[in-house]
Design a protein around this ligand. Sequence first.
Ligand code: F6P
Length: 322
Amino acid sequence: MRTLAVLTSGGDAPGMNAAIRAVVRLADARGVRVLGVRRGYEGLVAGEAEVLSARDVGNIIHRGGTMLGASRSAAFRTQEGRARALAVLRGHGVEGLVVIGGEGSFRGAHTLQQEGGLPVAGVPATIDNDVYGTDACIGFDTAVNTALDAIDRLRDTAESHHRVFFVEVMGRNTGFLALHVALAAGANEVLVPEIPTDLEDLVERLMTGMRQGRASNIVVVSEGDEAGGAVDIAAHVQARVPFEVRVAVLGHIQRGGSPSARDRILGTRLGAAAVEALLAGRSDVMVGDRGGETVHVPLSETWAHRRPLDTGMLPLMKALAR
Ligand code: F6P
């Protein structure tokens, strides 16, 4: 194998740059050149790609976002778009593609492999942490810590004014981010899509806490909760309680910032593992982490199963929220 390509796709995630760096430098060490594709699949369809040297990926390991850019591409969803993408890759002599992103990005990689016979390897990267087959996705740890920093600040003002704060975090239709943030923040409540939310029960618990002398409350709401977003839920609660309610929607702030050590290490390990997998003749797999070991999971499994939320710590969180 003489030429590989790498792209980042879907929502950017802190640690993607560490993965790109590892792909380029490990391939370089093995005598393989790497084509960097700009703007994910959208850029691939448009032919936006250039060879990256080991030097080109210097000084990026500590940066958030992705130096290659990312996109959610409509053009790539068409057969014509994918045919153009394959032609671009063939034109550059690409013999293997590393896709850094989430499950949706892996579907795209799998289709390229099916339609064009191109060897592909996926590297899981999304702050949602919802990819089946890996314990962790690149970007999740940093996003948890970023949200935590915000909530620590909100606690100060919530306590000073005796208010209830509803803090909305991302996660799409999964509650991994919300649950881990709530546990680490010592939040009073967490609302996630995987567990039905009863708003009247929530009101009752908040009232009980206040009656028992709790001055403030932090309620972490996953953006995908079936009861609505933090704004709607807070309005519902405010109409039923005598204390003041406020809302903070953290939004894309959670996607930015310098990656944590954990995300840099995961990105580095999995980026390198993707190159090794392709060089060893593997294809159509995601490289993941299970119990600290690198594993190879068929791409199709990453969307065939929904990753279960690790709710085991919830009873403890509830017991400690006093
Ligand atoms: O998948 C990552 C994510 O940040 C989700 O948590 C969120 O729902 C979505 O992307 C936001 O997408 P966009 O950046 O396209 O608004």
